[in-house]
Design a protein around this ligand. Structure first.
Ligand code: FES
Ligand code: FE2
Length: 364
């Protein structure tokens, strides 16, 4: 980790922290957002909350406690917090003790649920305007707008099946996000028979256009249909969008059949990164393949994890990367987008996409 913000994961954006079904009403768990520990929980009503997972009294993890009558109870001395972060009770206080515990508040994070996934906004102060005045001495008012963040991905069709896998990778956020826009690694890292039946490298021509907070490889026909694509029956149209912070959205259409393969990176503690793959489809027959598809998905993600972890050790010794040729242009774009996002935030200005439409050629 360096002090250079371009090397760090962005903090005014949404990150995926897990599946909706991982939180039942009355449940909670701790998630990492970079070095920040957040307790995400679900109230009896189904509403989600996200608070800093640190009791202000002695630093205890509130996620180790329980939810009682709708309040989080710290397991150390029983301080209670409402889902909005305000302290509701301190059991040890004597009757004559007039300590004003309602002034004790946990930092609160914006939290949202889309297409079966939970997303937390990494800037705690956004969801807590009262705290913002106190804590954000050097922040910009423009940041206090959740719409300034790249939108949370959603699935734009009625899906009948969903498959989610989450892996932890001992590699930086950037290195994982770059693997989403790196066509040259596929032939070497993902050479499974079911994904890449042909071992020969061919020159590819792809068209790209800027899209909100990123760029999109415009829809084309997948000619060398892999087995995974052929399962759709007809030759599919494929569109791949990348957007900040580390979001890759692959949308596959074959007539009325739709398949979405979404991949996200989320920063964890100690320079680790979560690699999240969520697949959705509207083809009932694919539900039968779920038991087969899950291990294949795990294998595919594991191939990325293994290579990223080893590359990270090389970057730890010397962090520089040499980006070369058109197969690395999307990686250059990643850094341009990130730099512009940081510049806009610093200036309190709106993000302006720095990219132009472009054709890229590479062999893969
Ligand atoms: S540390 Fe939480 S109540 Fe004391
Ligand atoms: Fe990969």
């Amino acid at each position: 980790m360096t002090g250079d913000p371009i090397r760090r994961a962005l903090d005014d954006v949404w990150y995926c922290v897990g599946e909706s079904r991982s939180l039942r009403p009355g449940g909670m768990r701790s998630v990492s957002l970079g070095e920040e520990a957040v307790v995400v929980g679900r109230e009896a009503s189904g509403a989600l909350f996200a608070l800093r997972d640190r009791c202000p009294h002695r630093g205890m993890a509130l996620s180790a406690g329980r939810i009682v009558d709708g309040n989080l109870v710290c397991p150390f001395h029983g301080w209670q917090f409402r889902p909005d972060g305000v302290c509701a009770a301190i059991p040890a206080l004597a009757r004559r003790d007039d300590a004003n515990f309602a002034s004790v508040r946990l930092a609160r994070f914006a939290v949202a649920e889309k297409s079966g996934l939970i997303w937390v906004h990494a800037n705690a102060n956004l969801a807590n305007p009262n705290l913002a005045n106190a804590n954000l001495a050097n922040a910009n008012p423009a940041n206090a707008n959740p719409d300034a963040a790249p939108p949370i991905p959603e699935v734009d069709f009625d899906y009948c099946g969903q498959l989610v896998e989450i892996l932890e990778v001992e590699a930086s956020f950037d290195l994982v996000a770059l693997s989403f826009v790196d066509p040259a690694h596929v032939a070497y890292v993902h050479d499974s028979w079911w994904w890449r039946p042909s071992k020969t490298m061919k020159e590819k021509v792809k068209h790209f256009a800027p899209s909100p907070f990123g760029f999109t490889m415009t829809s084309h026909t997948a000619k060398t249909a892999s087995l995974a694509y052929r399962l759709l029956g007809s030759i599919p149209e494929v569109e791949i969008e990348f957007r900040l912070p580390g979001v890759r959205l692959e949308r596959i259409t074959a007539g009325a059949k739709r398949l979405a393969n979404y991949t996200f990176a989320s920063p964890l503690a100690n320079g680790r990164t979560a690699l999240i793959n969520a697949m959705y489809w509207n083809i009932p027959a694919l539900n039968l393949l779920k038991p087969v598809a899950r291990p294949l998905m795990r294998q595919f993600l594991g191939q990325d994890r293994d290579v990223l972890q080893i590359a990270q050790r090389g970057l730890d010794r010397k962090p520089a990367m040499v980006l070369m040729g058109e197969s690395d242009v999307q990686s250059q774009w990643y850094f341009s987008l990130k730099r512009e996002f940081l510049r806009a935030r610093e200036a309190g200005a709106a993000f302006v996409n720095p990219l132009e439409p472009r054709e890229l050629r590479w062999r893969s």
